[in-house]
Design a binder for this molecule. Sequence first.
Ligand code: PEP
Length: 250
Amino acid sequence: MRRIIAGNWKMNGLQAARAQALALAEGVAAATAAGTQLPRVVVCPPATLLADIARDLAGTAVETGGQDCHTGTSGAHTGDVSAQMLADAGARLVILGHSERRADHGEADALVAAKVTAALAAGLEAIVCVGETEAERDAGRAEAVVLGQLAGSLPEGVDPAAVTIAYEPVWAIGTGRTPTVADVAAMHGAIRAALVARFGAEAGGAVAILYGGSVKPSNAAELMAVADVNGALVGGASLKAGDFLPIVLA
Ligand code: PEP
């Protein structure tokens, strides 16, 4: 499968930040021209910048995505954005079930699954996030928590070809801490096994599993070399093209 490096800008970025997306696209184009095989590169800006950045990046190799969507297509849901609106703004993908959504907005697996259904119906691909808290890891429950989230966040009958999984230990997000390579390998292996059990060897084996949590230029190569790590979901280090591009190239 083609690897994916996705940048999650979260609630960061004003109009001036569009220059970072353009600089990223220029770096990607230069690397491609030099013969480097690149992963899919995705930028997920805040909703206010999505349409502008999608227009800026039209014709480049960098794709755009949203950070969340509603389960409906339109209607009386003040402040929400539908998957159809994201697609209309130029998004190809959407991040769903990020731990900050789960924590700040009480999103549970069933809601995430409904959002996945809405996203795929709108023609988007979904990046579905799972990950344990530090207390859950310390209690020896990390794998059970993650596999439970995985099972509950993918709706019945979902097309696995339209889904990417992001394993993001909550305690590693924005903290500068990362799991050991062995722990990443163990969790990605467990996620892969669950995907194969649910979707079969071919389809389950073809779902990209991203690692997320304090990925930066200095640790990207080591993390991306782990078995069943098929790319990265990057927060803080995706805000500046100068940090994000080395991760893409790693
Ligand atoms: C994220 O929130 O998706 C993330 C991985 O953040 P950071 O890279 O900043 O840890």
